[in-house]
Design a protein around this ligand. Structure first.
Ligand code: C5P
Length: 327
């Protein structure tokens, strides 16, 4: 970590890098009274990173560049802004009028894609501002603040592979061997997470009405088979065990995603799944060469907007450059 105090235009800036996630299991329980669903999910961070740079400013503002940048809100609805404001409040800076920060987000994670890009930016803003302000909060304190910003923020701070319960914000690290090669296929348009959860509820209610019984949604359970396969480090064992309860809902909102999933399976993917609330499709490959071949084949099939090759597990949000001024 570099600390400089000379005026090179970069003094007083901190940059953090943060990964996207896919869900290896996403089991969705019944709708709760608070509008959320109890989940059991296996988060897996992948090597597709956003970067967030923060610097001292009189008032808080945000600029966004890169993949899907124009779609990202620039006001208080921006999750990175909300994270910075929450941290300034928690550390008492806001009440002293010293919580202003200029936030620059460089996006590679697409927006509204089921990859938790907004939550990732919030997590990066938390670790970057914690460093910029010498606030000294530990990971569990940042996680507590992050959970109030969004259900996926704690995982973006943690990274790796982890089991999430509750809204997805209560995490336990998972024991995983080896690394996993993925191809991600981005959809032409995004999907809003609340819309996909609502579609999931509608599909379940319709199925219950059709079957003539009340739609009793069982409590979600962790797949012990998937956890054993992850411990074994064998992608061929993991592939068929990938599951996502939101996938039928995402497919009902974007039926063309079926073609993307079929193209991946036809071209040798070990597993093919909608990532989180979609519309990104994630394909598991045996090794980097197989992933490259799969990426070429899916691109050639013309079933998605863009394709990237990534690996996991990737580390969580961390500071990659610090020119924080000495306190
Ligand atoms: O927590 P976050 O703000 O990211 O959630 C966005 C929306 O996704 C929620 O408002 C809710 O509609 C839905 N959601 C849910 N159950 C969860 C997580 C999210 O219904 N466990």
């Amino acid at each position: 970590m570099t600390h400089v105090t000379q005026d090179d235009g970069l003094a007083g800036t901190v940059t953090a890098r943060v990964p996207a996630k896919v869900n290896l299991q996403l089991s969705v329980g019944p709708l709760r009274d608070d509008g959320y669903h109890d989940l059991v999910t296996v988060f897996h961070a992948v090597s597709l990173f956003d970067e967030v740079t923060v610097r001292m400013a009189d008032r808080t503002s945000v600029v966004v560049s890169g993949e899907g940048g124009p779609a990202v809100p620039l006001g208080p609805a921006n999750l990175a802004v909300r994270a910075a404001v929450a941290l300034a409040r928690a550390t008492g800076r806001r009440s002293k009028g010293a919580g202003g920060v200029r936030i620059e987000i460089r996006k590679r994670i697409p927006v509204a894609a089921g990859l938790a890009g907004g939550s990732a930016d919030a997590a990066a803003a938390l670790v970057a501002c914690n460093e910029l302000w010498h606030a000294g909060l530990n990971n569990s304190e940042l996680t507590h603040i992050g959970a109030q910003i969004g259900s996926d923020v704690p995982f973006a701070l943690t990274g790796g592979t982890a089991v999430g319960i509750g809204r997805g914000e209560r995490l336990t690290r998972a024991l995983v061997s080896g690394s996993y090669q993925w191809v991600l296929a981005f959809g032409a348009t995004g999907l809003a997470t609340p819309d996909v959860f609502a579609a999931c509820d509608r599909l379940r209610a319709a199925r219950g009405a059709r079957d003539g019984e009340a739609p009793a949604v069982p409590a979600p359970k962790l797949s012990t088979e998937l956890m054993a396969a992850l411990r074994s480090g064998d992608p061929a064992a993991v592939g068929p065990l990938l599951t996502n309860d939101l996938q039928p809902a995402a497919l009902s909102l974007q039926p063309l995603l079926r073609r993307a999933l079929s193209a991946g399976k036809e071209h040798g993917a070990l597993g093919a799944i909608v990532s989180g609330s979609g519309p990104t499709c994630a394909f598991l490959a045996a090794d980097p060469d197989a992933a490259r071949d799969l990426a070429v084949a899916i691109t050639g099939a013309g079933v998605c907007r863009a394709v990237v090759q990534v690996s996991g597990p990737a580390p969580g949000a961390c500071v990659v450059e610090s020119r924080a001024l000495h306190p």
